[in-house]
Design a protein around this ligand. Structure first.
Ligand code: SF4
Ligand code: SF4
Length: 253
């Protein structure tokens, strides 16, 4: 089976949450409101082994196990455009855009043989999948693979730091396990979010204060943008809490 794909730069996929590598998250701390999204998978789920390799595994009391992806994320409601999307629907940081955007529509947390499933555009997306477009997937392999391999390598390299973060959070926020178990029982990819400040603290990041100073105005902006909209109440509450945490971190000696 062969698949063709060409991005016509319609900008329609540049809305909502954007998964990032740690490197891309910190490089864009002045643009994106950041957090960590934990997505649990039950044993036996498709992509379980890959998620366990790129994330972590958590033993449960009943001798079962969850694989959990922990992903630095630009945290945006699905109706909100990426802050780097220009009025002309083009990316204003195209030359330095995150690995996630370079690899689109392929997704590194999915086994390569299943990547063709991601080449069907969602409703409203203007991706060209006609045979005129370049051949991008054949014989269960990605054809032009430099960006995909680069993103996978970045994700593999950051596994130790994310596992250290997971250990810290499970030690100091034991209720997180229950939240992950609940999220794993949802039919459609449940998740749990944790703050950037918890990551900066857990990993003793030497740049924590500077990163907090960059994040504070971004978070305050999204506090204002989501105020008064009941559909965005969860986002608003998170932005507000994270803003307070960043205010504290940014004033630390
Ligand atoms: S960084 Fe650029 S390509 Fe990536 S989601 Fe934002 S606007 Fe789109
Ligand atoms: S929706 Fe498709 S065509 Fe539009 S920007 Fe995204 S990848 Fe490109």
């Amino acid at each position: 089976m062969a698949n063709h794909f060409h991005c016509t730069a319609c900008g329609k996929c540049c809305y909502g949450q954007l998964p990032l590598t740690c490197k891309d998250a910190f490089a864009n701390a002045v643009i994106f409101p950041l957090c960590f999204v934990w997505t649990p998978l039950r044993y036996g789920s498709k992509d379980y082994a890959l998620v366990a390799t790129l994330g972590t595994t958590i033993k449960l009391a009943d001798r079962k196990e969850l694989a959990v992806l922990i992903v630095p994320t630009a945290y945006l409601p699905s109706s909100f455009p990426c802050p780097a999307l220009g009025d002309d629907n083009l990316c204003t940081i195209h030359l330095s855009k995150p690995s996630r955007c370079k690899t689109m529509p392929f997704y590194p947390y999915r086994e390569e043989r299943y990547q063709s499933e991601l080449l069907t555009p969602r409703q409203g997306w203007a991706c060209d999948t006609s045979t005129v477009a370049p051949l991008v997937f054949q014989d269960k392999k990605i054809v032009f693979r430099d960006d995909f391999d680069q993103e996978r390598q970045e994700l593999q390299a950051q596994v130790p730091i994310l596992r250290g973060y997971a250990e810290y959070m499970l030690k100091y926020s034991p209720s997180l396990v229950n939240s992950l178990v609940q999220a794993s029982s949802k039919v459609k990819a449940g998740h749990v979010v944790t703050s950037l400040s918890s990551f900066l603290t857990a990993t003793k990041n030497p740049e924590a204060k500077q990163i907090a100073q960059l994040q504070l105005p971004i978070l305050n902006n999204y506090v204002a943008k989501t105020a008064g909209d009941t559909r965005l109440a969860d986002f608003h509450k998170n932005y507000l809490n994270w803003s307070k945490e960043m205010a504290y971190l940014s004033q630390r000696p």
